[in-house]
Design a protein. Structure first.
Length: 407
């Protein structure tokens, strides 16, 4: 499909669907009529659903990879892609699947989002993009900006993982490590003073980019293509954009008559924060919480957004909180099956395991756990070193016996 096949018609407020706006410019600060000083309500992209050909949407394609095949249900893809998407669904055990997003071009799910956000920057004629991130988002944004020929400014924290720092510099981004609390004010100044297009959040509670979560819908399309509608999807959750995208993708398939239902969507957060869990428990559209110590830096978020609340409530799902021990156990389980995931990325499987006997039953249908990124992205990855051994059979045999190899 050509990248100009988009059926996007405009932007609609999630705070009040009665309020809609033109497709451009993207409302990166949310709905101006429903937001307050305390809470920002995002907008979503709306489409001419009556013009979508469901049969053509899932027609066989010669080449897999790239969001182009889903162009009718995405904002205009004006920036060139990198073959994002089409990631494998790996069966961990009968009825339990892992959607391995580490197979994307920069090894995380963020590539789906940044194909759409960088396209928005191209459509807006922006001189470049700006992002605040010390992880997957920054690495992905830098790659897609490079692909589109745009400068990219990345505000990172002082302790960015070595692999992420290498990504950023390899793509030619301007990398600016600053204290955590300074990232957002500086990002806003770059946007306001230099006109760079923001692909990170600009509001007190999370709004994020209007187009970004649309790219995440393709996760749902691919799951549906492989196993139909699962009984539940477990999603690592920080701000909740991926969570919302997966829910919206299945909701669209139901609206188009392709799916008979929408699966339950489970948010899987770090117990060190749990902002979405707090918002749902307190009946709020979003929440701010203190963040405790955790190695799961990608999902230890001090703030949530309304997208996550909407996805969990509309699907009949839940927001789960997980401690680092549960995450480490899930990470080890994935590794034993040949999947090396970032600690935060293991939250989907950890969420499923945390339910124990309350987990969805096999007769209810398959369960999908999204794994968002590669183990290379962990902060402690660079400190993992295997000690050398003396080049003798005795030392080799000792190591093998310790590993219970050879009796």
């Amino acid at each position: 499909m050509a990248t100009d096949d988009s059926l996007a018609t405009g932007q609609r407020s999630l705070g009040d669907p009665a309020f809609d706006y033109p497709l451009r410019p993207p409302l990166t600060s949310g709905c101006p009529r429903t937001g307050t000083a305390e809470v920002a309500y995002p907008v979503e992209v709306d489409y001419a659903y009556d013009k979508v050909d469901p049969d053509a949407l899932f027609a066989p394609v010669r080449a897999r990879g790239g969001l182009e095949r889903w162009a009718p249900l995405l904002p205009p893809l004006l920036a060139p892609g990198l073959g994002e998407g089409a990631t494998p669904l790996v069966e961990l055990e009968p009825g339990v699947y892992v959607k391995d997003e580490s197979r994307n071009p920069t090894w995380s799910h963020k590539d789906r989002l940044n194909r759409c956000t960088t396209s928005a920057a191209v459509g807006a004629g922006a001189p470049g993009i700006a992002v605040a991130s010390s992880g997957n988002h920054g690495a992905s944004a830098a790659a897609y900006a490079a692909r589109a020929g745009l400068p990219c400014v990345v505000f990172t924290g002082p302790d960015a993982p070595p692999a992420v720092d290498s990504f950023l510099n390899a793509y030619g981004a301007v990398v600016l490590p600053v204290p955590w609390e300074a990232r957002w004010p500086l990002l806003r100044q770059v946007v306001e003073r230099l006109g760079l297009h923001p692909v990170s959040n600009l509001t007190p509670t999370h709004t994020g980019h209007a187009y970004g979560p649309e790219g995440y819908k393709t996760v749902a399309y691919e799951i549906f293509q492989d196993v139909g509608v699962p009984s539940a999807v477990f999603v690592p959750t920080g701000y909740g954009e991926l969570l919302f995208g997966v829910w919206k993708g299945f909701a669209e398939l139901h609206r188009l008559g392709l799916a008979d239902r929408v699966p339950r969507i489970f948010a899987c957060e770090s117990a060190a924060s749990g902002a979405l869990h707090r918002a749902i428990a307190d009946g709020l559209p979003a929440a701010r919480v203190p963040v405790g110590p955790s190695a799961a830096y990608s999902i230890a978020s001090p703030v949530s957004g309304y997208r996550g609340v909407l996805a969990v409530r509309a699907s009949g799902g839940r927001a789960l909180t997980l401690d680092d021990r549960q995450l480490l156990d899930a990470q080890a389980e994935l590794a034993r099956s040949g999947l090396w995931a970032e600690l935060s990325a293991a939250a989907g499987l950890a969420g499923l395991r945390s339910l124990g006997e309350r987990a969805p039953r096999p007769d209810e249908g398959p369960v999908v756990c999204v794994s968002t990124s590669s183990g290379f992205k962990d902060k402690g990855m660079g400190s993992r070193r295997t000690a050398p051994i003396a080049p003798t059979w005795e030392e080799v045999e000792r190591r093998l016996r310790a590993a219970r190899i050879g009796g």
